[in-house]
Design a protein around this ligand. Structure first.
Ligand SMILES: [Zn+2]
Length: 275
């Protein structure tokens, strides 16, 4: 999709599964399973959608999926389904790892930074040898010093071996003209979303603030969120603004479509397919 001067391309790292109860928080199963069916282990399938932004000069990659540095037990618990992988999807778009200039991670949970690194001859190295990796400093610090409640979400090997190429951001920042990161606390304290604006059009990589289209409804908030009331406040602030702009919202985990156009209909914010 062309958005003004930028080309946006969803790139998939396949899918994985999480417990449906974790994904929908206070929403009871009879309600959520009508929209998203669960398997016999109560898991729902989630896409691993990353976004490639081509500025004409730079290839900017938002998120790196779940990667491949896990054992059979992890693969079974999370039902990881490859291919495609992020690397095969990039290759189909004609992009080699060395062609990626900037990697933006919204946060460092294992399903968002998996391909930041890869194993080569028993050593874990940055996957994108020439890229600058951009992450909020506070997110990096929480990932390395996580509490018992969130520890299972962070795997150091997925991001730490790329530390020498990592730049730490302190709050909202412009990455290039037209592309900014904005800190949106809720899912984690320092989660950052990516705003893309060009020629009066807007696209927004909303990350786990709204992981799937079903989560556009205000009370549909993951029980995984560390600060769910802040997620709620962020949704009430962001979604009406994005709907006014008829922005394209890119979801990290929606399986039916990578993005939707936000619109407000009778006071309710919904997504429409992008023509
Ligand atoms: Zn996620």
């Amino acid at each position: 999709m062309q958005l003004g001067e930028f080309e946006l391309l969803p790139v998939s790292d396949g899918s994985f599964a999480l417990d449906g109860g974790q994904m929908f928080g206070v929403v009871p199963k009879p309600l959520w399973q009508r929209k998203v069916p669960a398997d016999e282990r109560n898991r729902i399938q989630l896409s691993l959608t990353c976004l490639l932004i081509r500025t004409g000069r730079l290839n900017i990659l938002v998120e790196t999926g779940i990667g491949d540095k896990f054992d059979a037990r992890f693969k079974d618990i999370y039902d990881v389904r490859h291919p495609p992988t992020l690397l095969t999807s990039l290759e189909s778009a004609g992009v080699k790892p060395e062609d990626v200039h900037i990697v933006i991670n919204t946060h460092l949970h294992f399903d968002h930074c998996g391909w930041n690194t890869r194993r080569v001859d028993g050593k874990t190295v940055p996957t994108f040898p020439r890229a600058r990796y951009l992450i909020q400093r506070g997110e990096w610090e929480s990932a390395l010093d996580s509490s018992e409640r969130e520890r299972a979400s962070y795997i150091e090997e997925f991001f730490r071996p790329a530390e020498a190429q990592t730049e730490f951001l302190d709050g909202d920042s412009e990455i290039v003209p037209g592309i900014r990161v904005e800190v949106v606390p809720g899912h984690t304290r320092h989660l950052q979303c990516v705003r893309i604006e060009s020629e009066a059009r807007c696209a927004y990589f909303i990350s786990d603030t709204v992981p799937m289209a079903a989560h556009l409804a205000y009370p549909w908030i993951m029980s995984l969120d560390l600060y769910p009331m802040e997620t709620l406040a962020a949704k009430k602030r962001l979604l009406p603004e994005l709907a006014r702009k008829k922005a394209i919202v890119i979801f990290p985990h929606e399986t039916t479509a990578p993005w939707l156009r936000l619109v407000e209909r009778q006071g309710k914010i919904t997504g429409e397919p992008v023509a």
